[in-house]
Design a protein. Sequence first.
Length: 317
Amino acid sequence: MVIHIRSTGFVYEERSMSQAEIATAIFESHRTRLLRIAYRMLGSRSEAEDVVQNAWLRWVAVDQTKVSAPYPFLARIVTRLCLDEMKSARARRETYVGAWLPEPLVENEEDGLDKDDLTLTLMMALERLSPLERAAFLLHDVFGVPLSEVADALDREAAAVRQLAVRARRNVEAARPRFPVEREEGERIAQAFFAASTSGDTAALRTLLAENAVLRSDGGGKVLAFINPITGLDRLLRMFEGVRRKWGRGWAQMLEPVWIDGLPGYISRERGDVLQTTALAIEDGRITAIYITRNPDKLRHVAQALALAPDPSSRTH
């Protein structure tokens, strides 16, 4: 059999291929999009990869010659697997220690998972939706799947899915920034925040933070982190000043400035040699939210990208 396998609009190869090779090539041409769906549904890179692997096992078990449109078929499998996974994930989060944040997705990863317009702030807003609302919004509004195919994936009538998407859109749009921060400004603010927060410069922090700014820190019970969000400028200033008095200056090292789920931020090594990502939501030139991820289980891909190994000793600090 001679087949043209396409992924990004150009022909990879033309030759005689076995049925198994054809199935593999078709699946691989859609893998990145399927990973995007799974990650945005679950907020976990590792769980998304497991879901896509399970989708692959189901794909190779069917007769692909009877599948006229592979991507909708595969997207339906991934969506249903994610809905099943979300049931157990929500149960696990009920016993999760401290704040839960999505696994940080660092821009410029080779797999291209970050190529959509969702920010970490919007990912947090998605957490307030029901699983079906989240699926309807992501598939239709973010990934452009036709409503009829979304209805098929969710095993619901099109009218019901339309209502799910409308409710989800109403809740999520409130979290979308009115004026997304320009890249240069975001990077400047992130650098200034790192310098001010690690030195305890409250005067500089006062110019950077919004009055209603909130800090959320995810350690998963495995490293030191704030259990509850810290909200409000005055409380944040007292917290950073307290950290400076306790630990002095220079207790953190910036490893690399990055964009995390569409937000400016950085990767750092903190006191106790703990790897950390910090992402900043910015509105009108001020930081409105600080998202800190310290849970080593959520930073494995970040460590790999930096050619680092998460320090086992960090789990004891």
